[in-house]
Structure formats: structure tokens, C-alpha cells
Write a protein of this length. Structure first.
Length: 166
């Protein structure tokens, strides 16, 4: 079985990367929360950092089986995650995420700040109050606006490769 993804920033519906990577490639998207983590501003994108008692709000995304492997690779590139590479910005890990609709925990992939990034954020980062990227002042997208997408929209073209930075 392929686990869903928990997204909490630019991959959420209305976010800068949602249409580019997820539009038309998902079977479901539903509000959910990740316990044991807090959110920091990147800036421009958030980082989830593990911390007891914290909660991060986002969406649980179930990816269509026929595109799962390609999308997993594309999201790893987007998040600059390379297994075993200490230069990675994020680490992709499995965590229990709780669906808002019914309170049921679901095992999902989550991109958490890599250890070196997390240490810098804890020392001098800007924490996002309430753990909701859209909760920042003026940050919530208007999903009813023309051009906004839904999970059932036609597939977007494949995402271009994301260049790695040394």
C-alpha cells in the first residue's frame, strides 16, 4: 500500500505548487493535522519541525496509483530531499496524521525540516502561530476565484525538474 501525503504549505489547494504538482493527480484531499510538530516560516514556504505538544494543520492527499512513483520523485526534488544527503532541506518520513472529519489517524508521508535546518529554525526562526500556513495574515488563498483548482480538475502537465542547489 502506498501512503498518502500530508501537505501543509505551498502544496495545499490554492498554494503556489498545488496546481503544478497535484492538480489532477489525486483521488482525495481532506483537512488533517500532524501532532508533535510546529511550523516555521521559510520564508516563502514553511518547515514543519518536530516538537512535543505542537500541531500543524494541512491536507491529507491521496495520490492516484498510476502516478504515485513519478509524483513521489517530483516531490522529493521539489523539497530538495535526497536520502542520506546531509544537504537535504527536508526529510521525508512516515507519521500518523489525524483526519479532521472523523479523527481517524492515517499513516502518511510528511516532509519535515532536516536536522540542521530544524536546529537553525529552533534557534532563530519565525514560528507560525497556530501551525497553519494559511493562518498567516493575508495568506489564505481564495479557492473560489477563477482559475483555482480542485482535485478533480484535468491533469496538469508533468512538473519540470527542480534544480538541486549545492
Amino acid at each position: 500500500m502506498t501512503p498518502p501525503f500530508f501537505v501543509y504549505g505551498t502544496l495545499r489547494p490554492g498554494g503556489a505548487n498545488h496546481d503544478r504538482f497535484l492538480r489532477g493527480r489525486t483521488d482525495a484531499q481532506e483537512p488533517a493535522r500532524l501532532g508533535g510538530a510546529v511550523l516555521f516560516d521559510g520564508p516563502g514556504f514553511p518547515y514543519a519541525v518536530e516538537e512535543a505538544g505542537g500541531v500543524v494543520r494541512g491536507e491529507l492527499v491521496t495520490v492516484r496509483a498510476q502516478v504515485y512513483g513519478d509524483l513521489l520523485d517530483a516531490l522529493d526534488r521539489l523539497e530538495e530531499y535526497v536520502p542520506g544527503d546531509p544537504r537535504s532541506l527536508y526529510h521525508r518520513v512516515e507519521r500518523d496524521v489525524v483526519r479532521d472529519a472523523d479523527g481517524v489517524p492515517v499513516r502518511a508521508w510528511v516532509y519535515l525540516a532536516a536536522p540542521a535546518v530544524a536546529a537553525r529554525l529552533r534557534a532563530r526562526g519565525v514560528r507560525i502561530a497556530g501551525g497553519d500556513w494559511w493562518g498567516r495574515a493575508g495568506a489564505r488563498p481564495d479557492l473560489s476565484a477563477p482559475g483555482s483548482s480542485a482535485a478533480t480538475a484535468p491533469p496538469a502537465p508533468p512538473p519540470p525538474p527542480v534544480p538541486r542547489t549545492p
